[in-house]
Design a protein. Sequence first.
Length: 674
Amino acid sequence: MTELVQISLPDGSTRQVEPGSTPGDVAAAIGPGLAKAALAARVNGEVRDLNRPFDCDSELELITARDEEDALELARHDYAHVLAEAVQSLWPGTQITFGPATDDGFYYDVKAPDSREPFSMDDLPQIEERMREIIKADKPLVREVWSREQLIQKWEKEGETFKAEWAKELPEDEELTVYWSGEPGSDGAWLDMCRGPHLASTGKLDPQAFKLMRVAGAYWRGDQKNAQLTRIYGTGWLNKKQLNAHLTRLEEAAKRDHRKLGREMDLFHLQEEAHGSVFWHPNGYRIWRELESYMRRKMDGAGYREIKTPQVMDVRQWEQSGHWGKYAQNMFAVPDIVPEVDEDSGIASPTVAKDADWMAIKPMNCPAHVLVFKQGITSYRDLPIRLGEMGCCHRNEPHGALHGLMRVRQFTQDDAHIFCTEKQVVDEVRAFIELADAVYKDFGFTYSIKLALRPEQRFGSDADWDKAEQELRDAVQEAGMMNEEYGWEELPGEGAFYAPKLEWHLTDAIGRTWQVGTIQGDRVLPERLDATFIGEDGEKHRPVMLHRAIFGSYERFIGILIEHFAGRLPTWLAPVQAVVATIVSDADDYANEAVARLKAAGIRVDSDLRNEKINYKVREHSLAKVPHMLVVGKREAEEGTVAMRTLGEKEQKFISLDEAIALIKGEATPPDLR
């Protein structure tokens, strides 16, 4: 008698099924509703196809659309396969490579046949229509195990040179799988090499829940020495409602793009002559200065002492700290020599002597802060020492990774390092958590806190990592934030090479998250750079070094603020807080008087006395996102009033100039000074 397979379900019940049975069979036995809703299965913790037979007694969880994370991953993977099938059916001779799911969709890298140009945006509507036909055909997605030789022969025979090359590198001792779209070997069936898992059929996808977004150039295996391919990007969801919501978010994000608003508001620009560095205009630098003043007040109030350290230090210092070994590819290095200048041409020779000493432009401030700490003898009575710096740093980010203010090569951090005893760590981290909370609330952000744990490659002993991770947990617990309200989560393997870290993930006005502030508990750098203090016992001890920032970098935080507020910054941050605009020239004297009084009240104000229609002036200053316009004409001049237009409000207020000044002055006061 054949032994039955025992299946354990999440509700604690068990079922016995015949050998060869599948999760789909179990779903059908439970009920037709579940059979229809089931998309895949988690068997002994592994996500599998519904139609893949059980190997042994198993724990089974059926995945439905309610398990959104798993369901989206499966759907997007399937959309990618359907995309590749559609392209090959429309243009025979197209070669396919890889097509993974992404955070909001999928892509597939393909090579157009030699007979046509690379694929373009013009091709996307036709591909979308063919994809919908494949989905509506409800073709079964069937898994098969093949040998490596079968795969190689298949791809070479069909001229799939990229797939053949990849197949030749696959290990023979692993289970190699393919998936058919359609009954294996039948007319119109399509095959791809894939680990899976997949949905049961293409019909499980919603034909109205995806959209092809764009095309881009790509290289085979990411190497520019290899053949150039076309990457077709799409976004895919479980239903049309989700797709529409995503497209709306994208549309809103495009309106809020800090690069677009930066031009409209005349805040900054970037250009090739300083690739990855920002040219701040007066309006943009005013925002910077307000943020810097705000952060200085917060840090002064929390007991930090500000310092300034060199931009360039000897490479040997970075070797000793460990950064040169772990981070050199992201650092700018310069030879410590004077170039020879040709007397006739005046041109400096770029040749670097073999024995030249090397200097590195700092990518972070921490080693320099240790050097400041080490000056003189420090007693335990002096601890904690909190050293802060608005530190300008440089990192050699790849050109393709640069993105406006969000990712640059030159940036300034609201950086600080706390040197403390072992007993002081939890209290210092808790105090920082409370400081960060106050700052983010001043800007109206909600946030979550994550704990990034030890990576595989790291410095320091396991005992030190155990202690450092637990200290961070204890501090969050004491601050009352280790709960769902603050999105508490632990992230295995995502810590720095020298320390675990707490991360603050802000949520903006349209639901996007941004990782900004951090604090790290480091015992490695004080050891490597020989930092010590004199303890109560008269002996030398190592301090614990807490690396911390709240904004992260001023550049990126300003970019986040611009997008969060869609350019309509709080009045206290706005570069220009008010504009006095005239309707007629007879009001010029009154407008100048109003400007003088606003300036005397500490308000950043401009006047607009141009001979232009008032509607033109209103549109222009609204585009520049000026919070308040005070419109004055002959009547306002006679009565000492203004017509006050506030950005984003439909109705204007007719109030006295004194009232307008008081109102704007209240909004113009930074939140920590109110």
